[in-house]
Design a protein around this ligand. Structure first.
Ligand code: AMP
Ligand code: MG
Length: 535
């Protein structure tokens, strides 16, 4: 973050120019209770103000997210922005509120959850006429905080800030992150849930999205049999987030909406599988109806390719949210959404048909994505199925860095295939037995023939592959290194990583260290290979 050049006066002018049009609070029913205490709420949201903090300090600022709001790319000295985006100062037009939602957590209905530590500030309409909701995460308790404190720690906030923007630049649908602000106050957390609570620096992320509506917003109303409010929320959601759905007949409109959510969800999961992202907590309350990746908690990036890997220690026993399971979990979550809106449709058959189409859409998306990763003109049915099945078997057999393997695969010459460009992807040379090498070489030979069959120029194929296979991803250990430094008061790596992740598909000379595979020290270190939900 450049912290010197903008005079504060211009930031003030930019903040003053923000135009709010708060449709969620204007059009949906509010909780009549104004006081901030934990409770069950039979409405869509509650008015609640952020809790002021002692020493806000801006340590991360996304120029691209700022541009969405017509805010400057350069945060200047950050002082005024820190006051606003830590929640100390409300701007004219802001109407802070927390929303009510429920959800299925790890397969079980959990009842009311809600924005326990998220406070929406309002909806901004930018100069292009786009609508963006601002949401602070970690800005203090709300009526939905249940037994928790409404706060967030630096380590999890830094991870959310960087990953939101990294995912955006990777082309993965996601909520955005505008800012990362220290609160100047400590928060107590027991990171490994093993009886060692300790103070950690607190922080607030300002998230940005067209809306933060989740599957769970509909589930909570259905669970309470509040069909009128359910209809009102769905009509509102379609009008604001899905204005292209204009069928005159309500049942058709609702089905078209579910169809759209299904497609977006399938698209999002295809992207996760493409880049090796594991969300870690795919509960229905963490599923956006816009098909945006939302709620960055104990997520992780696949390093060695292992479909059974989950970064979330809370999920270690059953691995419900493991990498390879994500497509199926998304479908299960869509089933919960279908159940939630069923009272508005009263006809299971068309909902089932859409649910059934999820597998087809996911498979189609996944095949097109695989063709891009492998550099095929198009995915070629059964022949490619065999080739890719063998590839993934090979990847799983020895510890292979997914990102490096696919990126370097573009360097294999179809005229003279060799495993040499792939060497950097292997974690344990001792695993590369003669038998493995033979199998890999055989696969490369078939792969090269397959490429030759397409008869395309190398440059076009390589460009296609390099658009699908990032060189840089936010490796778990890189985020942890930035956390270690930030906790010691050095924030430079936040900026540096944000900058690296702005061009994940480009070669960035001098930045090879950010593309390297996980070092050995990170193999078992908390924060690198395993994350808890403590945040
Ligand atoms: P998550 O697993 O982070 O998606 O959170 C599940 C639910 O717990 C949501 O309703 C969150 O708002 C709530 N929650 C998580 N952490 C906190 C916290 N520190 N304070 C209040 N609510 C929280
Ligand atoms: Mg959540």
């Amino acid at each position: 973050m450049n912290v010197t050049s903008t005079p504060p006066a211009s930031v003030e002018a930019d903040l003053a120019a923000l135009t709010f049009d708060n449709r969620f609070v204007a059009e949906l029913p509010a909780d009549p209770e104004a006081a901030n205490f934990r409770r069950q709420v039979a409405a869509c949201y509650s008015h609640v103000e952020p809790t002021p903090v002692a020493g806000p300090r801006l340590i991360g600022w996304s120029p691209e997210a700022a541009a969405l709001l017509d805010l400057p790319a350069d945060a200047g000295d950050g002082a005024a922005l820190a006051q606003v985006f830590a929640g100390n100062r409300l701007l004219p037009g802001m109407q802070p509120f927390a929303t009510c939602y429920g959800g299925h957590q790890f397969g079980n209905w959990a009842g009311q959850l809600g924005d326990g530590r998220a406070i929406n500030l309002g909806e901004i309409v930018n100069k292009k006429g786009e609508r963006w909701t601002l949401q602070l995460k970690g800005a203090g308790p709300t009526p939905y905080s249940r037994t928790a404190d409404g706060l967030a720690v630096l380590r999890s906030s830094l991870r959310e800030f960087l990953c939101s923007e990294a995912m955006f630049h990777l082309g993965v649908p996601t909520t955005r992150a505008l800012s990362l602000t220290l609160t100047g106050e400590d928060v107590i957390r027991d990171i490994l849930y093993d009886g060692h609570p300790a103070p950690e620096p607190g922080a607030v992320v300002c998230r940005v999205a067209p809306s933060f509506t989740r599957f769970g917003h509909f589930e909570i109303l259905a669970s309470r049999r509040d069909v009128d409010l359910l209809r009102q929320l769905l009509d509102f959601t379609i009008a604001t987030d899905f204005p292209h759905l204009t069928a005159a007949d309500a049942k058709t409109r609702y089905l078209n909406w579910f169809d759209d959510v299904t497609q977006r969800t399938a698209d999002m999961i295809v992207h996760w599988m493409r880049v090796g992202f594991v969300h870690g907590v795919m509960n229905t309350d963490n599923m956006s109806v816009l098909g945006l990746t939302i709620d960055y908690g104990p997520y992780g990036w696949l390093e060695d390719y292992d479909p059974n890997w989950t970064p979330n220690t809370t999920d270690a026993a059953t691995r419900r949210y493991r990498f390879g399971q994500q497509p199926a979990v998304a479908q299960w979550n869509l089933l919960q959404l279908a159940n939630a809106i069923y009272p508005l449709i009263g006809d299971a058959e068309p909902l089932n048909a859409i649910l059934g189409s999820y597998a087809i859409r996911y498979t189609e998306g996944s095949q097109a994505m695989t063709a891009d990763k492998l550099g095929f003109a198009a995915y070629n049915g059964e022949a490619d199925e065999e080739l890719t099945t063998e590839l993934f078997a090979l990847l799983g057999e020895v510890e292979t860095d997914m990102t490096l393997f696919f990126r370097n695969l573009a360097l294999v010459d179809p005229q003279a295939p060799s495993a040499a460009p792939l060497e950097a992807a292997y974690y344990q040379p001792s695993q590369l037995t003669a038998a493995y090498h033979e199998r890999l070489t055989a696969w490369l030979g078939r792969y090269a023939k397959r490429l030759q069959g397409d008869g395309r120029p190398d440059a076009a194929r390589i460009a296609q592959m390099n658009r699908a296979n990032p060189r840089y991803v936010l490796r778990n250990y890189l985020a942890q290194l930035a956390i270690d430094k930030a906790e010691a008061g050095d924030y430079a790596m936040v900026d540096e990583l944000l900058d690296v992740m702005r061009h994940p598909y480009d070669e960035q000379p001098g930045r090879d260290q950010y593309a390297e595979k996980r070092p050995d020290w990170a193999r078992q270190r908390p924060g690198c290979s395993m994350l808890s939900c403590s945040s």
